[in-house]
Design a protein around this ligand. Structure first.
Ligand SMILES: Cc1cc2nc3c(=O)[nH]c(=O)nc-3n(C[C@H](O)[C@H](O)[C@H](O)COP(=O)(O)OP(=O)(O)OC[C@H]3O[C@@H](n4cnc5c(N)ncnc54)[C@H](O)[C@@H]3O)c2cc1C
Length: 509
């Protein structure tokens, strides 16, 4: 490694993908000095644009974006391309509104029993939002730049020396020194490999293909999602195709993707003799499911695909990664600023690793019922029956949309560990808006509770909100972490000692 040393940063982030950029914004909110090193010189790529770049956002993601004032910006930026989104999703148009799918088996909005989600209140974050990666990254990069994040493109991290005091990183022949390093550098993370993180899980069963092509005889393919005796394909006219070929993942990254190869795989999987006359764009992926066994080793952390990879079929990877960033940002900032409790940073792995493990299993379960074999076909039929019931659709909606997310934070109240309901206060503002500056909140709904004095002890970290909401859901007081999750709640006269204990647990003394 060269010896020349440049500026020192509180945090260096490897990777300016959506997770790295969102995390950078979270850290800057707290005034932390952040450098983002990005390998690619050019942020644009056809794979980030429609149709392949389209990503559906789950409720925890739309809530996180809403709570930081980014949701409207992203929806507005995407609106310019929404005509293209409509045509890409045209095959999905049905008389009933689809609400999601499990291994391609659809469930519908009118089957979902939202009354079961009694801890939720209507919120702008309920919106079904889909965004392409390029739009998302453009909005996040602009926000990061406005907040003062330094982003260097064309700087791929190639060497790392981590000690107890700091982390020294080499990129594009330059040396950068940081207090902490976060690897947000994607599924083949250099940070993860160089820093000795275990990456454990299961090997792939298939190679997946996303293809844009011109077809000589498109009528030979059926529009929509099709399970066949040899695999699965989805077809959106005129020539957008996704294919799953159960080859054990053998083809992925093993050879150039030629028109002859794609034609052969398409014919095999679709069981037709369809002809591709021109291949415009093609990429491959697999269902490899692996996860780092810890997300922290000393001063190095992982987030996003660097920490976990799985099949994109369930549409969860981006959402999982943005959830990591929302969970990590305030904890790392508090640690740097010296007021974090000793174990705050380790709660990042404790909370997010189980969420990642669940998503990996969710994607494995989908692969298991997609295999072209009789046992999987039989399971598919059972899932079809179950997903068509009210309880079934509600269960799948909870899992797919992320509504069931709850961290195990201890505490007896059923709201603890859940996302705070979006209470509407007497002045017309909502809790989501009050979380914009990434501080904690102490909600005091009962004038007699008088928690104001208590909040003063943490006034630089916790904002006191003494107001009666339109619907308090029977609660008298709630302590909310900067990521919008409930740390403590009370139905009756609040126990001040319990509230103070929870505040110390998450905000330090
Ligand atoms: C076909 C497909 C469809 C998908 N659909 C969905 C969906 O519907 N919903 C969903 O939630 N997810 C979906 N995903 C997954 C989602 O795209 C990823 O989970 C998400 O992009 C991860 O974001 P990230 O920031 O962690 O990583 P990435 O987006 O991979 O970004 C990593 C960044 O790090 C950079 N980098 C790499 N190495 C280095 C280095 N050494 N130094 C510096 N920088 C480096 C890269 O250039 C890149 O910019 C899909 C994925 C695929 C392939």
């Amino acid at each position: 490694m060269q010896t020349q040393s440049t500026v020192t940063y509180d945090v260096i982030i490897a990777g300016a993908g959506p997770v790295g950029l969102f995390l950078a914004c979270e850290l800057r909110f707290a005034g932390v000095a952040v450098l983002v090193l990005e390998q690619a010189q050019d942020p644009h790529s056809p794979l980030k644009q429609l149709p392949f770049g389209l990503r559906g956002l789950t409720i925890p993601t739309t809530e996180a974006l809403y709570r930081r004032g980014l949701l409207d910006e992203i929806v507005a930026a995407q609106r310019a391309r929404s005509g293209a989104i409509k045509s890409a999703a045209h095959w999905m148009q049905r008389a009933r509104k689809p609400a999601g799918h499990f291994a391609g088996i659809q469930f519908f909005q009118d089957d979902i029993d939202v009354a079961k989600w009694s801890w939720r209140l209507p919120t702008p974050a309920d919106a079904h939002v889909a965004v392409d990666m390029e739009t998302l990254e453009t909005v996040l990069a602009a926000r990061a730049a406005r907040l003062g994040v330094e982003i260097r493109r064309g700087f791929g991290v190639t060497a790392i020396t981590a000690s107890e005091q700091d982390v020294v990183v080499q990129a594009a022949g330059e040396i950068f020194r940081g207090g902490w390093l976060v690897g947000c550098d994607g599924g083949r993370s250099t940070v993860r490999k160089l820093c000795g993180f275990d990456f454990v899980g299961t090997d792939p069963e298939f190679t997946g293909y996303s293809v844009a092509a011109e077809l000589a005889d498109p009528e030979k393919l059926s529009p929509g999602r099709n399970f066949t005796p040899t695999g699965m394909y989805t077809f959106a006219e005129p020539g957008t195709i996704a294919l799953v070929d159960f080859d054990g993942g053998a083809f992925h990254r093993s050879a150039p993707i030629t028109i002859e190869h794609v034609k052969a795989v398409l014919r095999h999987v679709s069981c037709t003799d369809v002809t591709i006359s021109a291949l415009r764009l093609a990429t491959t992926w697999t269902d490899r499911a692996r996860q780092a066994s810890t997300y922290r080793r000393g001063r190095v952390l992982l987030a996003g695909d660097a920490a976990h990879t799985h099949s994109p079929l369930g549409g969860q990877g981006l959402n999982l990664g943005l959830g990591d960033a929302m969970n990590l940002g305030w904890k790392l900032a508090a640690t740097i600023q010296g007021h974090a409790p000793d174990d705050l940073l380790d709660s990042y792995t404790q909370e997010r690793h189980p969420v990642g493990a669940q998503i990996l299993d969710w994607s494995r379960a989908q692969v298991a019922i997609m295999r072209p074999e009789p046992g999987s076909r039989a399971l598919q039929a059972i899932i079809r029956d179950l997903i068509d019931t009210r309880d079934g659709a509600t269960y799948f909606a909870e899992r797919v949309r992320g509504v069931s997310l709850r961290y195990d934070l201890g505490g007896r109240h059923p709201l603890v560990g859940r996302s705070v309901p979006d209470f509407e206060l007497s002045d017309g503002t909502r809790i989501g808006e009050r979380l914009r500056d990434a501080k904690g909140l102490l909600l005091d709904f009962d004038a007699r509770a008088s928690l104001r004095m208590l909040a003063r002890r943490w006034s630089d970290r916790i904002a006191y909100v003494g107001s009666e909401p339109k619907d308090a859901l029977g609660l008298s007081a709630v302590l909310v972490r900067p990521d919008g999750f409930v740390a403590w709640a009370s139905d009756g006269p609040p126990d001040h000692d319990a509230a103070a204990e929870a505040a110390s647990r998450w905000f330090g003394d």
